[in-house]
Design a protein. Structure first.
Lengths: 413, 210
């Protein structure tokens, strides 16, 4: 069957519209359009916005790796802008910066001290220290959680600039001076540990968990075998060590003068002051030890030193720490008299507030406490915020309060 | 220079090279057939759109001249009718006209046979006697009426094949359909037109033959 029908084809040829043609205007428009297209060259046709966009991308000759790099850079900038835009004045961020510096400074200070103590004291004693510190940590766990919640509720308070700079500079100077000695200390630590293992009887008297060998040593030794003697005997062994060990261990040796002098007057604030306090306390305890004639007393004193957390200088106070420095410098009685003359009547309390474990106490902070009044004098009670209170501070505060109360009895309304 | 010596592809090549006269020759050569095709595909209902489709077809050809490449299996004429067909189908769709090619068509054998018989009563299509001109004019008028009754794609298949002389292979490109599909559409169109023409156009009487 043919696909062409001749009859239909012939009929189509005779159709009435077989001679129709486009209008002249249409013909003219088409021919003019073609002429213009040739005169204008190319691209006379109207391009859609999408085709123009595609052509623009095609003509934009940039390597793929550059596009990838620009995209990554843009994404990074966007993330940075979003992060800083989210909370630019976050008090936690502002306060954490000096905290970080301070923590590093404290680490530089606490690190060698712990190393030195481990070099001076044998391993069993270190274990006891850790056990005691762990107990203390458990005891204060509830207090920590409560204070942490309070701190979370209250915004962090940035330290005063002067105090912060002082706190930062002093450990840095120390760190610079002592860094080169750490390697030597490490070597001494290793040798001390090795020596401590076979010579358990020559170790210092343990505090609570004394080994039988130690007990026998303590019982049989004459007075010359007291802890002080042992300490004196241990010191020559560590003769090559630096004064840093002595400072941290609260030994009678003074604080390294070079470090104290190197720090400016403003910088000799918390760390130096508290080192002096620690030294004074150590001296007092040494005198007390010397006065004691029996080995039991010496052992008891040593146990007290071991059970007591290491007294470290108050190097970080977010609250008002000027009281602690002032009362130690002036003395409690003198300060009380001065306050009375200035009509500044108050009762002081020592409050230990710290972050983290008591053993690595690095920060003290001021909790949000309510106003309290002394029942006897009706004076306001002000707290001295310290990380760990030492005996001298406690003693001076007691003297201060005693003078204040006596004056109240005499002159109070 | 005899313009008839140049093929469509030669003229198009010259036009692409910047010869506007070549385009005028092309346009003149295909003006009427293309216009008729557009007019008949659109049908009498969309006769007002014919000039628009016709003009758009040529303008699109001008715009796309850079992308045109002469190919062995696609002539310039095929390309030109493809552009026109697509534009016409767009207009048909926009107007809501039915363009389905395979709408229900049950070939009636009896009518088909009658049409075949009627065909036999018709004068021969090869030679035309002067006295038969009125018959063919009437047949042509009737054919336009019957074409309006066809689906658009069947109508396009018939016109491309009978009016413009495209082969089935070329029609596959213009209609963008498979060969068998095009053939089927054409067969449906022929059958319908034969029936339509045989039913409405009486064969010549004896007196008319004489």
């Amino acid at each position: 069957m043919s696909t062409r029908d001749e009859h239909l084809k012939k009929a189509l040829q005779h159709a009435p519209d077989s001679d129709v043609a486009p209008r002249d205007a249409t013909r003219k428009a088409v021919l003019d359009y073609a002429d213009k297209a040739l005169k204008l060259g190319h691209k006379t046709h109207r391009e859609s916005w999408f085709s123009r966009l595609i052509n623009a991308f095609n003509s934009w000759k940039i390597p793929n790796w550059q596009l990838t790099g620009m995209g990554s850079l843009a994404a990074s900038l966007l993330v940075i802008v979003m992060v800083f835009h989210e909370n630019p004045n976050d008090p936690i961020q502002v306060a954490s910066a000096p905290d970080t510096v301070q923590s590093e400074a404290m680490k530089s200070e606490a690190g060698p001290s712990s190393t030195a103590s481990s070099a001076t004291i044998a391993e069993p004693k270190l274990a006891q220290n850790e056990a005691v510190n762990g107990e203390l940590a458990r005891d204060r766990l509830a207090k920590d959680s409560a204070e942490a919640s309070q701190q979370a509720a209250a915004p962090a308070i940035a330290p005063a600039p002067e105090a912060a700079s002082a706190e930062i500079e002093a450990p840095k100077l120390k760190e610079k001076t002592l860094n080169h000695l750490e390697a030597k200390i490490e070597a001494d630590n290793q040798s001390a540990k090795q020596a401590a293992a076979p010579q358990a009887s020559r170790i210092e008297a343990p505090a609570e968990k004394e080994t039988p060998a130690d007990k026998a040593n303590v019982a049989s030794a004459p007075e010359a075998a007291s802890v002080e003697t042992e300490k004196d005997a241990a010191i020559p062994r560590a003769k090559g060590r630096v004064a840093k060990d002595e400072v941290v261990m609260a030994s009678p040796a003074p604080v390294a003068p070079a470090m104290v002098e190197a720090a400016p007057a403003s910088a000799q604030s918390a760390p130096v002051q508290m080192k002096k306090m620690a030294d004074a306390e150590a001296q007092a305890s040494a005198k007390a030890d010397a006065g004691a004639s029996t080995s039991n007393n010496a052992t008891e004193e040593k146990r007290r030193q071991v059970t007591k957390p290491i007294i470290k200088p108050i190097t970080k106070r977010i609250g008002d720490d000027s009281l602690a420095k002032t009362i130690v410098q002036m003395g409690g009685a003198a300060m009380a008299k001065q306050d009375i003359q200035a009509d500044k009547l108050r009762i002081l309390e020592v409050a230990e507030y710290y972050k983290g474990k008591p053993s690595d106490c690095q920060d003290s902070f001021m909790p949000s406490t309510e106003r309290r009044v002394d029942a006897q004098t009706a004076y306001n009670i002000e707290e001295i915020y310290v990380c760990v209170a030492n005996q001298q501070l406690t003693k001076e505060v007691a003297l201060y309060n005693q003078v204040m109360r006596e004056w109240h009895l005499e002159n109070g309304i | 220079m005899d313009e008839r010596l140049f093929t469509d592809e030669d003229l198009m090549r010259r036009f692409c090279a910047g010869d506007s006269h070549a385009f005028q020759i092309l346009y003149t050569r295909h003006e009427k057939p293309l216009y008729r095709y557009v007019r008949r595909v659109l049908g009498t209902g969309l006769v007002t759109q014919v000039d628009e489709v016709f003009q758009d077809t040529w303008m699109k050809l001008v715009d796309a001249r850079d992308s045109w490449q002469p190919r062995d299996n696609a002539s310039f004429k095929t390309w030109l009718y493809t552009l026109a067909h697509h534009r016409a189908v767009d207009i048909l769709r926009k107007s809501g006209r039915e363009i389905s090619a395979d709408e229900g068509w049950q070939e009636n054998d009896e009518k088909h046979n009658d049409a075949e018989n009627a065909w036999q009563q018709w004068p021969a299509a090869t030679a035309e006697q002067p006295e038969q001109k009125a018959f063919w004019n009437k047949a042509g008028q009737q054919l336009l009426h019957c074409l309006d009754g066809l689906p658009a794609l069947q109508r396009a298949a018939f016109l491309l094949h009978h009016e413009d002389g495209l082969s089935l292979e070329e029609m596959t490109q213009v209609l963008n359909a498979e060969f068998e599909t095009v053939k089927s559409r054409l067969r449906y169109a022929l059958s319908k037109l034969r029936t339509c023409m045989g039913a409405h156009l009486q064969p010549l009487t004896e007196s008319e033959h004489a």
